[in-house]
Design a protein around this ligand. Sequence first.
Ligand SMILES: Nc1ncnc2c1ncn2[C@@H]1O[C@H](COP(=O)(O)OP(=O)(O)OP(=O)(O)O)[C@@H](O)[C@H]1O
Ligand SMILES: [Mg+2]
Length: 238
Amino acid sequence: MDEPILDVRNVDLGYGALTVVYGASLSVGPGELVGLVGGNGSGKSTILRAVSGMIGQKKGEIRFDGERVADSRPHRMARRGLAHIPMGRQLFGEMTVRDNLLLGATLPEARAKRDQTLAEVEALFPDLARFSEARAAELSGGQQQMVAIARGLMLRPRMLLMDEPSLGLAPIVVKEAMRAIRKVANTGMPILLVEQNVKQVLDIADRAYVLENGRMVLDGTAEDLRGDDRVRRAYLGI
Ligand SMILES: Nc1ncnc2c1ncn2[C@@H]1O[C@H](COP(=O)(O)OP(=O)(O)OP(=O)(O)O)[C@@H](O)[C@H]1O
Ligand SMILES: [Mg+2]
């Protein structure tokens, strides 16, 4: 495999004296859409926080683009091209879709290219162009998710992290959001997608990892996991 863009190696993670993730490893290669799934409180968001530099590592190491991720440096990680997409209702509802997108280009380099990037994301998601003058609050939940993802793309990131994009969405809207995520992945963007919704992830991911009580218990291609008896019994209700 090519050198991974994200490489989490045998990390222990936690809060203060408390350890909640034990010896976890995962990688995301160039252009890969990788799922990280597991139940409530299994440690998924903790891993994302460590990847984006919000919390440190008690053991092991995390490398992004070949460089070690240091403690408590989320702004530095963003500058290095890691975009943590805040899913859901974090748009400016009273502002237009276009202004929400333009505001996503917060870093100087992204700002310099923001008209070009806007044209690119509108080409990827033509609905964004159709609704560009609408207030964000007027859009459906699925359309708002699309705007949230597109706003992350306005940073011209090298990789995206998403934490539970399906949370609080109706099933039909979840499908729409997942299709949008797959579409971004198809442009070659590496994505680490955290979800409780295992079925939806296995439908779109290239590979996935299963976390239980802070430990990685399974990983493989989405296809293999869809056929795995343990996954089917525990997560797919089959
Ligand atoms: N700031 C914190 N301080 C102390 N403990 C925390 C903190 N955040 C999370 N935890 C604990 O760490 C464990 C893992 O939580 P985490 O949020 O990573 O799980 P998760 O897999 O994202 O769960 P969910 O599906 O509910 O989002 C849980 O036991 C949780 O209570
Ligand atoms: Mg979480």
